[in-house]
Ligand binder design. Sequence first.
Ligand code: ADP
Ligand code: MG
Length: 373
Amino acid sequence: MSIAIDIRHKIGALDLHAAFDIAEPGITALFGPSGSGKTTIINAIAGLLRPDHGRIVIHDRAVFDRERHINLAPRKRRVGYVFQDARLFPHLSVKANLFYGHKRSDSPLTRSACDDVIAMLGIGDLLSRRPNLLSGGEKQRVSLGRALLANPEILLLDEPLSALDQARKNEILPYLEHLRDTQHLPILYVSHAIDEVARLADQMVVMEDGKTLARGSVFDMLGRTDLGPLAGQFDTGTVLPAKVVSRDPKSIVSFLECSGQRFVVPFLGKRSGSLVRLHIRARDVMIARAAPPGISANNILPTRIMDIAGNSGDTLDITLGLGHGDGDGPPPRTLHARITAWSAARLKLAIGQDVFAVIKSVTVDGHMRQDGL
Ligand code: ADP
Ligand code: MG
């Protein structure tokens, strides 16, 4: 299961040079500001655009190789594509839309696998409808179904949620999580919403001005403070794997464990032992020299300052060690806090100091992950 891409292409003012590979199933986020070349890359992989130079290999199969004059037609590439606007055929029923790619596929899903996909996406009751009678969220689920029924080897999602309001986004996100956790498909997910990336992605490729600027695991990338200048959209933060331990008697909050620390977050409705992923934005983390008494924040975590870095504007990014990673255990997890330079000076913060990270429960996003990552 892999995609390797190394292409150059000039289009309008954009001088694209994209080079990265995806070796695993799971979601790789392609992140970058508008105009950075994300859709151009997706179109090149899908075969809707022929790059000037380079090659694209999907599972050891060159689908494009400029030097070897290989340029497979889109339908030969076994790529599923979900556009930002669902692009369903308006004159066809939902069912006909769903089976459009299936009928034309050289290796379509079996009928029972199709039924499973339709059930998984919760669109079984919509089959006889026309697309114009669907909500935006339903359209995107049908569009996902259409891509999956053609039995693709990889799935390309180009900002599939960006045209939807928050309620519709929340309706689709669990389906994407389920897809990620049950279909062993590499998924390239274009987004410029850091919350979506933190929730869904395993790997992240950051684009700027047509270039692949950085790539790595979502855990490492979200803590990168050097990516901040990217149009102000890169909201530095921390993604942590955690385990549900218990809840309060009224099920108002969940108690989680991560790196030997207890986190209190709004109730997640998950059973004890469930694995979840937490996303904590750096700007939501306060620092205290002493544990503050009489405070509503539920998370007051003992940490140590590992690093202090300046960034654009008068703010500092403070890297905090969570747990002290003694001996042979795993390296300590880090937590990122963004505070003003003024408050850092007022508290006389310095590397090596033991401080408390103070985090309000309601600022922490918790999402289920079957693998806990
Ligand atoms: P993104 O998806 O990251 O927003 P795109 O890949 O759509 O970026 O486009 C990146 C840039 O490529 C655009 O800002 C524009 O300069 C150029 N571009 C893309 N498509 C065309 C086109 N059809 N004609 C001229 N320029 C284009
Ligand atoms: Mg785009």
